[in-house]
Design a protein around this ligand. Structure first.
Ligand code: ADP
Ligand code: MG
Length: 593
C-alpha cells in the first residue's frame, strides 16, 4: 500500500488546539459530547440523503453510534454508521477551522477575556472535533464515505502541527460506511476508558441525541448451577437421591459483555410537554445548539388540523449577531424535521421572518414530503401556514417573558433583541398588534428604566388624546429640548426615542390603542389649549419682529412665527409638518457621510 501522506494544519488549527487544551483543562469530558454530536450530524446527513437515494444506506441498515472503552490499553473507540468522509473531506474538515462550533468557541474565548474571564463558562462550550486532543495524545479517524470506494485513515497527534492520511489496510477495521474514531488516551487521562464512566457521560451530555448510542458494558444474570455432590451426603439412602440432588444447586452470577442502549432515543419534542421538565428543555437546547447558557424562555407545542407539526422554540439568552447588525441572514437556528428525519437548518425567511431569525428551535412536520427542497419550502402553502403559527407562538413566548415577575428577564431580552422587534414594526405590518405591546422606551417621567406603551397609556391625562414622543440621540439631549417645556408644565409624558431605528419604527406603527403618535418637534403641535384672542394680540405686537428675523435669516428657515408652545425659552427651531424631523436629518446626514 502507498505510504501515509503528511499534511500541515491550517495555521489557526494548531493555535486553536493549544487554546482548547489550555482553556478547557478543567472540563475535559466535553470531548465525548463533541464526538457524539458529530456522529449524530453524520447520521442525520446520511438519513436525509438516503430518502432520495436508498442505495446509500443499503450496506448497513442500522443508524447508530457505538462506544467501546478498552480499559487495559486506555483506548476509546467511537463508531458511527453515518455519512463518513472522503479523502478530500478529511483534509477540508479536520485540517481547517471553517466549522461553526470552533469559530464560535474562539469568539466566546475572546468575549470571555474581554469580560474578565470565567473559564467555567467556556468549559460547557462547543469546540468540535479538536476537543479529542483534550484527553488523547493520538487520534485516528478511519472513515468511509459512500462517495468513495476507499476507506481512509486520518491520524493526528496532540503536539504536532501536521497530520497524516493513508488508505485503511487492516481488513479487520474495514467498515461498510461511516466513521470510526480511536482515542489513544494520555497517560493521566486513561481513566476515561472506563465503561461505567463513559455510560455516565453519555447519560449526562448526550441524552437527547436522536440515534441510539450503545456502550460496551459488562452485564450479568443470575443462574442456578449444580454443586458437586457432597461425598458424605451421597452415602444416604438411594431413594432420597433424586430429591437431594435438586437441592444441591447454588445461585451464581454469570458475567458477559454486550452492547447496551445508553440514551433516550425518543425525541424530546414527541414527548408530552407535561412530562418534560424545564431542566430537560434547557439541556436539549444546550446540546442541540451547542450553547453554554440556558435559554430565556421555551415553548413546546403541537398543532393539529389543517397542518400538523410539533415544535419546541427558544429565546436565546444573548444575541450572537452583535448589537449593531440586527439581522444575520443565515443562522441555522431552526432545525426542520419531517417525520423525525432531519431535513435542514439552512433557512432564510421561510419559517420565520428575518427580524425573528434569532428564535431557535426544532420543528417536526407530518405534512411535508421527505424530499422537500428549498423551492418547495418557498412555495408551499403548508409552510406558509406553519410560519404563521410559529410566529404567533414566538410572540406568545416573548410576551410571556415580558409578563414575568422578574423584570430583569425582559430587560435582558430587550437589550439583546429590542432592535429586532423595532425592525419588525417596519417590516411586518400584519403583526403590529403583537409587536407594539413588547416595545420599551425611556420617557420624560421614566428616565432610568424603560416603560411599555401600555404603561404610557395608563399614565395619560384624562383629556390627553395622543402619545407624544421626541427623537434624539440620547436621554440627556431629549430632556433638554425646549419642545418639552410646555408638555412638562402640563405634566404630559413624552417618550424619548434615542435609538436611530426608533423614529421610523414608531412612524410605521402610526398609533397604539387608537392614540396617534405625535412628534413634539413638529410645527403643528396642538396641546388643545389655543387662546385665539391672546394669540391675535401677540401676533400683532410681534409681527414685525418676525418679519425682521426672517429677513435676516433668509433661506436658512422656511418661516418665522409666533408660538404658544414655549414657556421659558425665547425661541425654538421646529421641523415642518411634512418634512423630516431634526433627528431624521441628523441620521440621514450620518448615513451619507
Ligand atoms: P462542526 O461539527 O461544528 O462542523 P467539528 O469540528 O465538530 O465542527 O467537525 C468538523 C467537521 O468534520 C464536521 O462539520 C464534519 O464535516 C466532519 N466530521 C466530524 N466528525 C465526523 C463524523 N463522525 N462523520 C462525518 N463527518 C465528520
Ligand atoms: Mg461538531
Amino acid at each position: 500500500p502507498p505510504p501515509a501522506e503528511k499534511f500541515e494544519y491550517q495555521a489557526e488549527v494548531s493555535r486553536l488546539m493549544d487554546l482548547i487544551v489550555n482553556s478547557l483543562y478543567s472540563n475535559k469530558e466535553v470531548f465525548l459530547r463533541e464526538l457524539i454530536s458529530n456522529a449524530s450530524d453524520a447520521l442525520d446527513k446520511l438519513r436525509y440523503l438516503s430518502v432520495t437515494n436508498p442505495e446509500l444506506s443499503k450496506d448497513a441498515a442500522d443508524l447508530d453510534i457505538r462506544i467501546y472503552a478498552d480499559k487495559e490499553n486506555g483506548v476509546i473507540t467511537l463508531t458511527d454508521s453515518g455519512i463518513g468522509m472522503t479523502r478530500q473531506e478529511l483534509v477540508d474538515c479536520l485540517g481547517t477551522i471553517a466549522q461553526s462550533g470552533t469559530a464560535k468557541f474562539l469568539k466566546a474565548l475572546k468575549d470571555n477575556k474581554d469580560a474578565g474571564g470565567d473559564n467555567n463558562l467556556i468549559g460547557q462550550f462547543g469546540v468540535g472535533f479538536y476537543s479529542a486532543f483534550l484527553v488523547a495524545d493520538r487520534v485516528t479517524v478511519s472513515t468511509k464515505s459512500p462517495k468513495s470506494d476507499k476507506q481512509y485513515v486520518w491520524e493526528g497527534e496532540a503536539d504536532s502541527s501536521s497530520y497524516t492520511i493513508k488508505e485503511e489496510t487492516d481488513p479487520q477495521l474495514i467498515i461498510p460506511r461511516g466513521t470510526r474514531i480511536a482515542l489513544h488516551l494520555k497517560r493521566d487521562d486513561k481513566g476515561f476508558a472506563d465503561p461505567e464512566r463513559i455510560q455516565k457521560l453519555v447519560k449526562n451530555y448526550s441524552q437527547f441525541v436522536s440515534f441510539p448510542i450503545y456502550t460496551w458494558q459488562e452485564k450479568g444474570y443470575t443462574k442456578e448451577v449444580e454443586v458437586d455432590d457432597d461425598p458424605v451426603e451421597s452415602k444416604k439412602d438411594d431413594q432420597d437421591d433424586q430429591m437431594e440432588r435438586k437441592k444441591k444447586t447454588k445461585k451464581v452470577i454469570e458475567r458477559y459483555w454486550d452492547w447496551e442502549l445508553t440514551n433516550e432515543t425518543q425525541p424530546i419534542w414527541l414527548r408530552n410537554s407535561k412530562e418534560v421538565t424545564t431542566e430537560e428543555y434547557n439541556e436539549f437546547y444546550r446540546n442541540t445548539f451547542n450553547e453554554y447558557l440556558d435559554p430565556l424562555a421555551s415553548s413546546h407545542f403541537t398543532t393539529e388540523g389543517e397542518v400538523e407539526f410539533r415544535s419546541i422554540l427558544y429565546v436565546p439568552p444573548v444575541s450572537l449577531t452583535g448589537k449593531d447588525d440586527v439581522v444575520n441572514q443565515k443562522t441555522k437556528n431552526i432545525r426542520l424535521y419531517v417525520k423525525r428525519v432531519f431535513i435542514s437548518d439552512d433557512f432564510d425567511g421561510e419559517l420565520f421572518p428575518r427580524y425573528l431569525s434569532f428564535i431557535k428551535g426544532v420543528v417536526d412536520s407530518h405534512d411535508l414530503p421527505l424530499n422537500v427542497s428549498r423551492e418547495i419550502l418557498q412555495e408551499s402553502r403548508i409552510v406558509r401556514i406553519m410560519k404563521k403559527r410559529l410566529v404567533k407562538k414566538a410572540f406568545d413566548m416573548i410576551l410571556g417573558i415580558s409578563l414575568s415577575e422578574n423584570r430583569e428577564d425582559y430587560e435582558k431580552f430587550w437589550d439583546n433583541f429590542g432592535k429586532h422587534l423595532k425592525l419588525g414594526c417596519i417590516e411586518d405590518r400584519e403583526n403590529h398588534k403583537r409587536i407594539a405591546p413588547l416595545l420599551r422606551f425611556f420617557s420624560s417621567q421614566s428616565e432610568d428604566y424603560m416603560i411599555s406603551l401600555d404603561e404610557y397609556v395608563e399614565n395619560m391625562k384624562a383629556e390627553q388624546k395622543a402619545i407624544y414622543y421626541i427623537a434624539s440621540d440620547s436621554v440627556t439631549s431629549a430632556k433638554n429640548a425646549p419642545f418639552l417645556e410646555k408638555l412638562m408644565e402640563k405634566e404630559l409624558e413624552v417618550l424619548y426615542l434615542v435609538e436611530p431605528i426608533d423614529e421610523v419604527a414608531i412612524q410605521s406603527l402610526k398609533s397604539y390603542k387608537d392614540k396617534d403618535f405625535i412628534d413634539i418637534s413638529k410645527e403643528d403641535l396642538d396641546l388643545g389649549d389655543k387662546n385665539e384672542e391672546k394669540e391675535a394680540a401677540v401676533k400683532k405686537e410681534f409681527g414685525q419682529t418676525c418679519d425682521w428675523i426672517k429677513k435676516r435669516l433668509g433661506d436658512k428657515v422656511a418661516r418665522v412665527q409666533i408660538s404658544s408652545r414655549l414657556s421659558s425659552s425665547p425661541c425654538v427651531l421646529v421641523s415642518g409638518k411634512f418634512g423630516w424631523s431634526a433627528n431624521m436629518e441628523r441620521l440621514m446626514k450620518a448615513q451619507s457621510a
